[in-house]
Ligand binder design. Structure first.
Ligand code: FRU
Length: 529
């Protein structure tokens, strides 16, 4: 027993002492170490999480030469937020990740806050060559000394470049490229190449609005306009914007989508991601509606933005969020690391009765980790039934159900129906829809540990008008549940900390029946094994 403990401590120290150690290299460790690798309680098995210590926002997401880069807000010295670095990982399939050394360290100008990265294909910056275009990272400097002294010019925008596929970075010696403009909150630059005007556009968040800039060379930036003082939610600070064109599904029409994260002020409390659909001419963004729409109604999808430079042949706009909430991120009950990212999601812009819906749906690559597939027979559900899940490991699983809401074969229509995941400790997580009140909700009030924060136990609610059928696709990992309704038109992402893994799946319908017309379950393989 003692030897075993000693070995696990040794294995953990290896992980902590060598945060730069590549995932692949861990395969060279002894059997015990491999078994311990990524096996801590609540460690996500198919979501990205850092090997050790604190992580928040995804940063610098760019695709280059077959690799998806994921940088992230990282504090390598503790499991709570601190002086920010950019951690780094790469993937060739968005599902399996390789950890790389820290990309950007804080310096005399400040901590390295959130930002983006692009491929400078024509070497407009002059940092590379035509044969070897540079990767450019655009980030915020947050100066802690000015902050402590009560100054307002705390944040400014800077760039760094890489000539070796993101492995090493050189900071520009004339940083900052956009000095502080008097706003205390002035951060999270997001750059895109704008084909229409043949220039770069940069968006940043400035407290209660976003600012738009343009540039020919990524070094000199021209202020263009701002958006948002009179639009969207204003229950908190605007952070981490993103702006991109997206073809409207089933048409040749393209609209621009503006993503703006906000904290607090989310629809169910704390941090959340809003979006606007409109037009953009490289100078000004004009929203079709000033109303806020939410990309996710769960509590744990924040600071999400999209990958840059995904090849045209692929054509996807892929989104990734930080799976936590500033309401409690620093105190969640994980020991060696804190936080994970959501699963990557493809964004689809769909025409709706009153405008557009930005649907987000798991990328197809996730199908490659499915195993143990089996079908649940179609059936009428009334009251509460336990579903035989055979060998499927519910705590690492995917489920796909279609319910028929207007079935003539049923005697009385359901008032409310749904799914429940529970364990032997009586902890239970519920997913429900009421056709009567047209509300969808998830309930984690009794789902597991929640005493670490009085803001954690919650029921998240969304108004949702279903059609004749409702598809509910669910991804369950050790400490998270992601729910995609009707192809991602409604999404709810939440973290949970069951004291033992969920092992029972039930379906229920109150005061009437509901027809389950199809159902499938899979176990999902760990991406770290
Ligand atoms: C969003 C955020 C960003 C900032 C970063 C600091 O979660 O507050 O606005 O750049 O985190 O870590």
């Amino acid at each position: 027993m003692r030897i075993k403990n000693y070995l696990s401590i040794l294995a953990i120290s290896i992980v902590i002492i060598l945060p730069a150690c590549k995932q692949k290299e861990s395969k060279d460790l002894g059997k015990e170490e491999v078994e311990n690798y990524y096996s801590e309680k609540y460690r996500p098995q198919f979501h990205f999480s850092p090997e050790a210590n604190w992580m928040n926002d995804p940063n610098g997401m760019v695709y280059y030469e077959g690799e998806y880069h994921l940088f992230y807000q990282y504090y390598p010295d503790s499991t709570v937020w601190g002086p920010m670095h950019w951690g780094h990982a790469i993937s060739t399939d968005l599902v399996h990740w390789e950890h790389l050394p820290i990309a950007l360290y804080p310096d005399s100008l400040g901590y390295i806050f959130s930002g983006s990265a692009v491929v400078d294909w024509n070497n407009a910056s002059g940092f590379g060559t035509d044969e070897n275009p540079p990767l450019i990272a655009i980030y915020t400097y947050h100066n802690p000394d000015i902050a402590k002294a009560g100054g307002t010019d705390v944040e400014s925008q800077a760039i760094a470049y890489s000539l070796d596929k993101g492995r090493s970075w050189i900071k520009y010696d004339e940083n900052p490229v956009i000095p502080n403009d008097g706003n205390r909150d002035f951060r999270d630059p997001n750059v895109i190449w704008n084909e229409d005007i043949q220039k770069w556009n940069l968006l940043l968040s400035a407290h209660d609005h976003v600012q738009i800039y343009s540039s020919d060379n990524l070094k000199e930036w021209q202020y263009e306009s701002d958006f948002g003082i009179d639009a969207g939610g204003h229950g908190g600070v605007w952070e981490c914007p993103d702006l991109f064109p997206l073809q409207v599904e089933g048409t040749d029409n393209t609209k621009w989508v503006l993503i703006v994260n906000i904290n607090p002020g989310g629809p169910n409390g704390g941090s959340a991601t809003q979006y606007f659909v409109g037009d953009f001419d490289g100078h000004k963004f004009i929203a079709d509606s000033k109303k806020t729409s939410w990309i996710d109604y769960g509590r744990d999808n924040y600071a999400g933005v999209t990958w840059s430079d995904i090849p045209k042949e692929d054509g996807r706009r892929i989104f990734l969020g930080w799976m936590s909430n500033w309401d409690y991120a620093n105190v969640v009950p994980t020991e060696k690391w804190r936080s994970a990212m959501t699963i990557p999601r493809k964004l689809n812009l769909q025409k709706a009765n009153d405008g557009f819906v930005l649907a987000s749906f798991p990328v197809d690559e996730l199908k490659n980790i499915r195993t143990d597939e089996f079908e649940i027979p179609a059936q009428d559900i009334s009251e509460r039934v336990e579903i035989n899940t055979r060998s499927v490991q519910l705590n690492r699983s995917e489920m796909d159900f279609t319910f028929q809401l207007n079935s003539n074969s049923l005697s009385g229509a359901t008032e409310e129906f749904g799914l429940a995941l529970s364990n032997n400790k009586g902890e239970i997580f519920e997913i429900k829809y009421s056709p009567e009140t047209q509300t969808f909700y998830i309930d984690r009030t009794k789902a597991g540990l929640n005493s670490f924060s009085d803001k954690f136990a919650s029921k998240s609610i969304a108004n949702y008008k279903a059609g004749d059928n409702m598809e509910i696709r669910v991804f369950v990992d050790e400490a998270s549940i992601e729910v995609f309704v009707d192809g991602g038109k409604l999404v709810m992402t939440e973290i949970v900390f069951p004291s033992e893994p969920y092992s029972t799946l039930e379906m229920f319908s109150t005061n009437g029946a509901i027809k389950l017309s199809s159902g499938k379950l899979w176990s999902l393989n760990s991406v770290w094994e």
